[in-house]
Design a protein around this ligand. Structure first.
Ligand code: AHM
Ligand code: MG
Length: 343
C-alpha cells in the first residue's frame, strides 16, 4: 500500500470475515484454496517459453504423462485445488462441456465455483497478458448432496464473490464480495498476494474504447453508430477516444477499470441468419459485471443489465458492453435508437 503497510490477502479475508460474526470461515478457506491454484498457474505462465508448455503439440514429461497446453493445465490445477476442500458442491469451467462433479470420496459443501481457467487463449504463446476469471455462488439445492445445474445456472446478482487474476507484467488478483473491489499484487519472492489497489473505483468516464475493429462490418447498427460517435471530435466530451484492444478480456477490462473507458464485444452478424455473441455469460461476463458495478461502473448487453441475466446453459454467450458508466449508458442510448429505427 502507498503508506507502506503490508496487508496479505489472507489478512484481508480475515478482516472481511470479522464483519460477519456468524461466518465459519468456510468462504475464506475456499478462497485461499483458489489462490493456491492461481499462484501455480502464474508460476507456469511465467515459465512459458522456457519449458515446453506452449502450443498445440502434446509432449511427454519424465513421468510419461502428456504435457498439457496452458489452458488445460490451468483448468486441471483449479480442479485439483478445489475438489477436496469440502467447500464446493460442483464447479463449471470453460474447458468442460458439462457440470464438474466433486469426486464421491470428498465432502460436498455449500458453494459453487465457475471459472474460465485461462482467458485469452489465442494470446498464450505470444507473451501477451492473459487471465483467469471466476465467480462463486451459494448453492440453492439441499446441502450435503452433489451440486446440480440449478446451483450453477444462477443470475449474476446472486454471485457471492467474483474476481480475476491477470498474468501480466506482474500477477494481480482483483476480487469483490460485494464490499468494493480490491486488488492484490503477487510478490513472487514470498509467494503472497499483497494489497496494492484498495477499493478500486472505475472512472465515471474515460478516453479509451476497446473492440475488435476488424469485425466492424459485422456489427449491429447501434455499435457502428456508437463507435463512429467516439471517433468524432468534440472537446467537451473528450472525443475522439483512443482505441486500445489486446484481445484478452481480462487485460482489456483491467486497463479500462483502472483508467476508465469501455470494452465492447457485440453480437457478430457475419452470418445474419445465425447472429453470434462470443463471450460467455456465466464465467466471463457476469463476474466482470459484478466487479464493474462494485467499482462504480456498468455492464450491459446493450439492452439489459448483465447481472440480471440467468444463464440457461453453462456456456451461453452474450454481447458485452462494460466499463465506465458514461460510455456504457451512451452505448445503450445508441443501441436503443438504432433498434427502434430498424423496427
Ligand atoms: P477464449 O475464452 O477462448 O480465450 O476467448 C475469449 C477471448 C477474450 O479474452 C477476448 O476478449 C476475446 O476472446 C477476443 O476475441 P477476438 O479475437 O475475436 O477479438
Ligand atoms: Mg474465455
Amino acid at each position: 500500500m502507498a503508506d507502506g503497510t503490508l496487508v496479505t490477502l489472507t489478512r484481508h479475508l480475515i478482516e472481511e470475515q470479522r464483519r460477519f460474526p456468524e461466518s465459519r470461515g468456510e468462504f475464506s478457506n475456499m478462497f485461499l484454496d483458489l489462490t493456491l491454484a492461481l499462484k501455480i498457474i502464474s508460476r507456469e505462465v511465467m515459465k512459458a517459453g522456457l519449458v515446453n508448455i506452449l502450443g498445440e503439440t502434446p509432449d511427454t514429461n519424465i513421468q510419461g504423462e502428456t504435457v498439457m497446453k496452458l489452458d488445460r493445465f490451468a483448468d486441471d490445477r483449479i480442479f485439483k485445488a478445489m475438489d477436496h476442500g469440502g467447500h464446493l458442491c460442483c464447479m463449471a469451467s470453460e474447458e468442460c462441456e458439462n457440470l464438474i462433479k466433486i469426486p464421491s470420496r470428498f465432502r460436498k459443501g455449500d458453494y459453487v465455483l465457475v471459472f474460465d481457467p485461462l482467458d485469452g487463449s489465442s494470446n498464450i504463446d505470444k507473451n501477451v497478458s492473459i487471465g483467469t476469471i471466476f465467480a462463486i455462488f451459494k448453492r440453492v439445492t439441499e446441502p450435503g448432496g452433489d451440486g446440480t445445474l440449478e446451483d450453477a445456472l444462477q443470475p449474476g446478482h446472486k454471485q457471492v464473490a467474483a474476481g480475476y487474476c491477470i498474468f501480466g507484467s506482474s500477477t494481480m488478483l482483483v476480487y469483490t464480495t460485494g464490499q468494493g473491489v480490491h486488488g492484490f499484487t503477487l510478490d513472487p519472492s514470498v509467494g503472497e498476494f499483497l494489497l496494492s489497489h484498495e477499493n478500486i473505483q472505475c472512472p465515471e468516464k474515460g478516453t479509451i474504447y476497446s473492440i475488435n475493429e476488424g469485425n466492424s462490418l459485422f456489427w449491429d447498427q447501434g455499435t457502428k453508430d456508437f463507435v463512429n460517435f467516439l471517433k468524432e471530435q468534440d472537446k467537451e466530451t473528450g472525443r475522439p477516444y483512443s482505441h486500445r484492444y489486446i484481445g484478452s478480456l481480462v487485460a482489456d477490462f483491467h486497463r479500462n477499470l483502472l483508467a476508465g473507458g469501455v470494452f465492447i464485444y457485440p453480437t457478430d452478424f457475419k452470418n445474419p441468419r445465425r447472429p453470434r455473441p462470443k463471450l460467455r455469460l456465466l464465467y466471463e461476463a457476469a463476474p466482470l459485471a459484478f466487479i464493474a458495478e462494485q467499482a462504480g461502473g456498468k455492464a450491459s448487453t446493450g439492452e439489459k443489465r448483465i447481472m440480471d441475466l440467468t444463464p440457461t446453459t453453462l456456456h451461453e454467450r452474450v454481447p458485452l458492453v462494460i466499463g465506465s458508466r458514461w460510455e456504457v449508458e451512451k452505448y445503450e442510448e445508441f443501441y436503443r435508437k438504432a433498434k427502434a429505427q430498424s423496427e
